[in-house]
Design a protein around this ligand. Sequence first.
Ligand code: ARG
Ligand code: ZN
Length: 860
Amino acid sequence: PVIRREDYAPFAWAVPTTRLDFRLAPDATRVTATLDVERNPAADPSPELRLNGDSLTAESVTVDGAPATWRMDGPDLIVTLPGERHSVEIVTIIDPSANTQLMGLYASNGMLCTQCESEGFRRITFFPDRPDVLSTYAVRMEGDKAAFPILLCNGNRVAEGDNGDGTHWAEWHDPWPKPSYLFALVAGDLVANSKPFTTVSGRKVECNVWVRAEDLARTDHALESLHRSMKWDEEVFGREYDLDLYNIVAVSDFNMGAMENKGLNVFNTKYVLADPDTATDADFDAVEGVIAHEYFHNWSGNRITCRDWFQLSLKEGFTVLRDQMFSQDMRGEAVKRIEDVRILRAAQFPEDAGPLAHPIRPDSYREISNFYTATVYNKGAEVIRMMRSMVGETRFRAGTDLYFDRHDGEAATCEDFVRAIEDGAGVDLGQFRLWYSQAGTPRIAVSQMVEGDTLKLTLKQTVPATPGQPDKQPMPIPLKVAVHSRSGALGAEQLIVLDSAEQTFDLPLAGPDPVVSINRGFTAPVVIERSLSREDLVFLAAHDDDPFARSEALQELGVAHLVGAARGTLSAEEQADGEAAIIAAFRASLADAALDDAMRGELLVLPSETYLFEAMATGTQLADPGAIHTAREGLKAAIATALAGELQAAHARTSAIPLDDPAGRGARKVKTLVLGLIAAADPATAASLAAAQYDAADNMTGRQGALMVLCSLDVPEREARLAAFYERYKDNALVIDKWFTLQALSFHPDVIAHVRKLAEHPDFTIRNPNRVRSLHMAFAGNPKGFHKADGEGYRMVADVILALDPINPQTAARFVPALGRWRRIEPGRAALMKAELERILASGNLSRDTFEQVSRSLEG
Ligand code: ARG
Ligand code: ZN
């Protein structure tokens, strides 16, 4: 069945309190749920109470202590209630050890834990499992003391005791009413890294990061990140924590990154554990970012939750924006912004251009798990960021203050958020609401004319048709612009808002030969279509005062050249001139003493193959992944041949900077980037430099970088270092994930054979999502291997979907979008991809998750 946003109706019953009693055992946990229910005066009255279930059977159902009138309706249980107010008690028995979907209560590494968002609570007990039913929870759990010495739940622990028979118990109470998706329970053999945080009003909060004993030494970064997040949210959004306890638990079997359950976050170990020997600089950043994200949900998500799942971006878009702002403040605005835009373009732009395109507030779904997307999260963040750019920091804060104040304790909508920003910031966002309802990435065609001392900048916007939305209306698009002069004079930045299909803006000239810098800082999530001369782009790359715009100019230069090369439309002269311009820009970036390495590293990244695919498949044109790969590798080789000396010098210079030097991070980034370039022209030199880098490395960033470069080369150093890496880290699952990923992502000619063999490795298991992601999801993102012209890569991914779907449908469905891109690809590969989707569909018996994604991919 398809669920529609317009069909929302409030639930007929309120559940002011919920008592849960768990008798924990890995293969038969007994759950007694007692729900105090009363009629919801705001809803149409109904004598029937619908309690959602998923694969549950009720052992008993009583109402006010007496046998009840009840029946099953598919997976749900319906109790007939005669009066206004009742107490409903239900007993279920569940088997966590058989729960391979990792939704509800499941076993991981000997411990028991939960994941309830979105609809996992209904796999624990029958309940109105919808986010607009808020209840206060009191929980008692009891279990074997040796297996589960630590018993955790939401809120505060109010009592505990020992039964003297090898079992013990604990009682927890969460004073804050919450929807069922925020419920969490953990029982296991865990140890904590603890450090109290004192809030701005003086509340002392006990903060714990719970892990298995062998992981304790890698938890400091997570704990410190939590403290920094708590402080930042007080300072920047005026949000203070509201319990005396904040628990984070790391589990190694987890479908997503982490979960913001009230007072008891459950995390994928990947986003908790970090030390320099086992985690890269990027891993450290990811831990900090996800810890912050889940913490920020305490206000944007928990105190104010979603009315229904169509409003998911209300909490996710806003919380992503908040975690991005936090990370910008922690580690430098420019580089973080460049990274976030790269992610948006790699993950969200393709989604917006394909069969799975949906607005940030979708109108319908079959399976809500399929809508935890880059659109809802990352484009959702961009949409709120645009509001902030338009009204400015101070008024935006007035808007968010009003939002938190007005809706505290409620299940709210995206519309509530927009109205609070309107009222608090004093702005009309009438037309801006289209960003919530229209899918597709707007494209803006730019043209310009000089008239006296004015530049007339004409912008035309089009929003492409997307499934179910053939016609679009113009949206307000805020763009920061500056008009520089080729004489070197830089123009002042100003914000313009394009809010009709076509508009001309008069901008002052800073001098002769104007060069327009547009969408500075990426104020709007749009595609800018313009043809600046190579000279203008080289000028912007070297001189623009907005670092984002500098990197953007280099990307534009690379995209124009590489798409032309892939299409085969460049004359020999254009080919040579394009290469020369890019080489000159790289030489300038390498030589520019005013740049730090962190920023230099951003300038030395060529547009990714995914991004080139998007740029090549525009309008009626199709992408050719094979041609893109050849063109991009060819350009790398040309750069590396022309700049051999400079690149080796950069490698030597950055290799000399020690681990804890403040400049070390940037240096490590540049070091591996230049190594990758050298490899394109001179594999032998690159192999010996990489082997030396590997052997000398005293940290994971250097080691992984060297191994990544070696993995794509057919050289003896490759096998030796892969074996050494495995030997050194074979007891550390997260590092072994990297070992799988590096091989799955390689451009080695035998990559498919390697992946097939790795799937047979004793350390591979399809049951652990991190491991499946490390091997097969990585492979599905390998532009060379996945798009092998004979379709072997597509077949392998389709086989994974079929094998995984009965075990873990949520994770299986996440593989589908890679195959779903078939319509925008050259006909040979398109037919092979489509055939794999058809094969999956024909297999029958698919989960709702996978069925929805495959059928949309074939229809759209
Ligand atoms: N709310 C979690 C987070 O962003 C993600 C939960 C994902 N759940 C799911 N069923 N896909 O932080
Ligand atoms: Zn989130």
